[in-house]
Design a protein around this ligand. Sequence first.
Ligand code: FDA
Ligand code: NAP
Length: 431
Amino acid sequence: MGTPEHEMYDVVGIGFGPSNLSLAVALDEHPGNVGGRPISSAFFERQPSFGWHRNMLLPDATMQISFLKDLATFRNPSSRFSFVSYLHDAGRLVQFVNNQDFFPTRQEFHQYLEWAAASLSDRVSYNSDVRAIRLPPGTSPGSADYIQVEVADRGGGGERLVNARNVVISTGLVPRMPAGIEVDDRVWHTSEFLDRYGRINPDDIKGVAVIGAGQSAAEITRFLHDNVPHAQIYAIMPSYGYAVADDTPFANQVFDPGAVDEYYNGTDQTREAFWRYHKNTNYSVVDDDVIRDLFRRTYGERVRNSQRLNFLNLTRVAAVKRAGTETRVKVQSLIDNDPQELSVDVVVFATGYDAMEPTALLGDLDQYCLRDSSGRLRVERDYRVVTSGLPCGIYLQGGTEHTHGLSASLLSNIAIRGGEIADSLLRRRAA
Ligand code: FDA
Ligand code: NAP
């Protein structure tokens, strides 16, 4: 990296999750970036080390995509950053093949991502929270060919200003709680699950409610059933039962690289069809094996006449009341609108996430970023925000479901997307 006074990069990545890690890999491998003047890059990550949804690294959780949709393979099948290359390095390639499973555990994929991130550590600063981006003082929007990035060191090292000709914002999904409900030491969102769980004595949990009917809810219900064997578990869901995630081959094509073009260049009608027919590939749905496992458990309890796993279907949570260690969950049945209260020790909200939202980070720069009639950012095919003439580039990885489709917040397309952004950066530098 440059000296602190003169830090100027061709690209600064904000956040270093799988998306920007994949971009770092794509830049590292880009033919136009080898020899000549390589694109200079720096990535800032607020966590103390690489971490991919660490609080949901539950022991049995598996990936929801094939291992071949890794950081690089779809763009460069001979990449040294592929999952296969990682397995070879870890001495597990042969046994992985014998295991005959396209879907590794999330723990194994996490190890792979950490391994890849470690190879690129010279361009990443951890414990580094990007607080703001702005035009340099005294410049006009038409002439500013770089952006200032303000970075706070969470380890107490003060603030750092770096300059970037382009920024790539990739700060991830935003945990969603129902309106009016706040998290605390007994009311958790799944995004903090293992951390919160680790701070409580499981013996103190006699009753726990898990809210939601998506993958997070089902995995946590199963985890609690395994790990808190004396507790009553209430799975509270708005549907009649968990619905299966469609990962059948035809439907899975919505995550293909080519689907991005069809979505981007399609009409409103095209885009509406993607959502109407294929939302159930990802949202409010659960993998088939987890559903069957949970049903088998509850049925077994019926047979033994010792019910501990309770499913409250067609039910939404309206409020949570806290008093000391007591937590009362106000639930509303969708059958008769009858409000009821449930007293538990812990409530886990598996109520999902909102898409990445860069507005706060954009700050004053937001006024130069163009929006559509629904107020959403306009984004070019190369993931660059459409601006009113800013020479520097603001790219988004995430938050582009309205323009690029269902894979915007997923891993499915990160290898290709990273390559497309790398292409765009090199093309624009040459122009
Ligand atoms: P991600 O959220 O991973 O990373 C963003 C990073 O930015 C974080 O590390 C964060 O700390 C950092 N950051 C945020 N603000 C910052 C700031 N101001 N300054 C510095 N750093 C900042 N998808 C899929 O395709 N297959 C799957 O199997 C799964 N599995 C899965 C499990 C769970 C539990 C969840 C919640 C989600 C998934 N997903 C998924 C979807 C998920 O969005 C995807 O796997 C990636 O996390 C997307 O990677 P990103 O890098 O875009 O975001
Ligand atoms: P999700 O799919 O958005 O599900 C949220 C659930 O909460 C929905 O069932 C929703 O119901 C429900 N809900 C919202 N408010 C509620 C309320 N007030 N009362 C009761 N229910 C309420 O979220 P998620 O399960 O966290 O999944 C998010 C993403 O992470 C997905 O991409 C998923 O695949 C991924 N994920 C992957 C893994 C893995 O790889 N193993 C694990 C976990 C998550 P409505 O449908 O009515 O809104």
